[in-house]
Design a protein around this ligand. Sequence first.
Ligand SMILES: [Zn+2]
Length: 275
Amino acid sequence: MAEEKPKRLCAFQPSDPNAPKHVGLTKQHVFGDWMNNLFGRDQRHRAKFTNYRQDASPVRIGGYKKSAIRPGTITTMQLRVVCSDCNNGWMRALEEKARPTVEKLVRGEAVVLDAQAQLAVAAWATQVSIISEYYSEEGQIVSQDQRDQFRLTGVPSSGWTVWIGYYLGGSYRHFATQSRTWDRVAPIPNSTDTEKGDVSLSVYVLGHLFCHVFYRSHQRTLLAPPTLPGLIRIWPIATPIAVWPVLPKISDPLIGGLMQSFRRFTSNSFYPERE
Ligand SMILES: [Zn+2]
C-alpha cells in the first residue's frame, strides 16, 4: 500500500502545533506580479537567481559553490511555497504598501522616504529574501519561528538589515543573488568568546533600485557584512527622512567588488555535520 504523501505546508505555517494547517500551496511571484507593469515581458530583463553556499565537504572548507541558478525574468520568477490565504492576504497587502515607493525607486525617480515608506520597502525586501531561500534545496536559514513572527507583525526582526542605493550601470540591471552560510563564527564584543550563527546576504537590482538585504541569526555579536558607499540603511531605520537617490551611484565594478567581499565574508564558516 502506498503511503500517503504528507501535504507540504506553507512557508508561513504558524509555529504553534495547534494552529490550523496552511495547506493548498499556490504559485507566488517572488518579486510581486506588479513588476510586469514596470518591465513587461521584455526578455532583456533577465535575472539569473544565483544561490551560493559554502561547500559542505570538510576538506574543502572555504569552497564557494553555486547551488542553484534559475534563469528567467524578474516578472516570471515564481515559487510554490506559500498558501493562497497568505499569498492573497497579508503578503499582497505588504506588497501593496511597498509598491508605490518601489516603483519610483525602480524607475529612478527622486523620492523622499519617511519612516513608514522605509519600513514598507524593507518589509517587502525581507519577504523576497525569505521566499527566495526556497530556490535552494538546502533548507532555510530563517527559522519557522522567525517567519511566523514576520507574518504576524509584517516587521523585520532585529536580525535583518536592509540598505538601498541608486544603481547606474548595465550588467546588473536585473539581478538577484543570495549567499548563505551556516555556522558563521563571529566575535562577541568585549569578550574572548565567539558566537556561531547563520547568515544570508542578498542583492536585488531592479532597474535603478539597488537593494542589499542581510540576515543573521546571531544574538550577541555586532556582525557587520560588507556594504558599499552610497547606501541608505532603511532597516533598522537610520534617518526619519531618507532622500533618494544618493551618491555615489552604484556602478557595475562596485557590485563586482561587493560579490567578492561576500565570498570572503562567508568563508569564515563551515556546514554543520549532518547526523
Ligand atoms: Zn500560509
